[in-house]
Design a protein around this ligand. Structure first.
Ligand code: HEC
Length: 333
């Protein structure tokens, strides 16, 4: 019995070593065609898909999806980033084939024609997929911006080309609180090559260090909610004890602001085009501040262009950034 077991183990070792040697010889020989234009065989393709799907499923299983994922402000903010960062590979409504979409293998799926599972999409966007063209955007995007992107992906299949372009134009362009280069407020700056280099370079900028990106995302979502007139959302970003200073006046609590100026601010900003020209932010522990300069084209009763400066102070409470102080000042250009 003992001798038989020994022979059996020996046989297994011989088979394993032979298989490894064969694999090494195959790899060394260069016979394998590594070209992206030579598709995998069906079994290999099946195996790779299985590994990808099981891995993403397991890794994403414990991710909690934000309750307000269907919010218009999130979807709108995600639109500009999708157009700048994703559409060359994944295409978009009204966009024809691109060179990257045609040439990549595995091919990037058309995200405007498929439904994504939110937690899994969040994980894939943040971490990317090895040995495919899908980058790990978490190296340059804060989590809040990735959720805004996931919110946008959830809504995308329902958009036609006109709706898509309109959302991109309203979105405040390519902005995700860190790695994008300086003046990217305008969604139409597409021919600016540096825009894409900046996004690809990764890492936070000195003006907006990584620690501040989530606070910056809250400031952007607050601004987008105000422009969209979503006052419940506006309120949710404010600390109950917020102090708001604007045009020489003061409001000393969230209720006071919501009862007085919030509606007028939303009305003034309704449909306005806000182009951020400069942003500096700092965060340390549970405190952050975000200073933003922008040019606002509003067309309320009469068209007006304002140069606006804004300071927001934020505090992190129970893991969430909330705005505790706002100072707005502006003048006509
Ligand atoms: C350079 C090309 C490229 C860019 C840019 C890119 N992707 Fe991808 N993406 C891919 C490829 C290729 C895959 C498929 C990978 C695979 O199946 O192994 C993929 C897969 C995905 C998936 C998974 C889809 C599924 O099958 O469930 C999501 C979600 C996704 N990308 C979102 C994004 C978002 C959002 C952006 C922009 C922030 C983006 N991608 C930018 C190439 C790209």
């Amino acid at each position: 019995m003992y001798v038989r077991l020994k022979q059996f183990v020996f046989a297994i070792v011989v088979v394993a070593v032979t298989a490894m040697a064969a694999l090494a010889a195959f790899a060394w020989s260069g016979v394998y065609d590594i070209g992206a234009d030579d598709p995998h065989s069906k079994p290999v393709l099946g195996l790779l898909a299985l590994v990808r799907d099981r891995s993403v499923g397991a890794q994403a299983a414990s991710i909690a999806v934000p309750a307000d994922l269907a919010s218009e402000a999130r979807i709108r903010q995600g639109a500009g980033n999708y157009d700048a960062m994703c559409s060359t590979c994944h295409l978009a409504p009204g966009l024809g084939d691109s060179e990257l979409n045609r040439g990549l293998y595995p091919a990037p799926p058309r995200l405007d024609k498929m439904k994504v599972e939110p937690a899994q999409a969040f994980w894939v966007v943040k971490h990317g997929i090895k040995a495919s063209g899908m980058p790990a955007w978490g190296k340059s995007m804060g989590d809040e911006y990735i959720w805004n992107m996931v919110a946008f992906l959830g809504a995308l299949p329902a958009f036609d080309a006109d709706k898509y372009r309109a959302l991109v134009a309203e979105s405040g362009g390519h902005s995700h609180g860190g790695a994008e280069p300086d003046d990217h407020g305008d969604a139409h700056d597409h021919d600016d090559a540096s825009q894409h280099e900046g996004a690809a370079a990764g890492g936070a900028s000195p003006d907006v260090p990584g620690a501040a990106t989530d606070a910056v995302a809250v400031v952007d979502a607050f601004g987008a909610a105000l422009v969209a007139g979503e006052l419940a959302k506006v309120k949710a970003f404010l600390d109950p004890a917020v102090v708001v200073l604007e045009t020489g006046g003061a409001e000393r609590s969230r209720d006071e602001y919501m009862d007085h100026h919030a509606e007028a601010d939303a009305k003034f900003l309704h449909g306005a085009h806000v182009r951020k020209t400069r942003r500096i932010a700092r965060a340390s522990g549970d405190a952050a501040w975000v200073a933003t300069e922008s040019v606002i084209h509003a067309h309320g009763s009469k068209p007006v262009t304002l140069l606006s400066t804004e300071t927001m102070v934020l505090a992190k409470k129970a893991g969430q950034w909330r705005i505790t102080h706002i100072h707005w000042s502006s003048r006509e250009q």
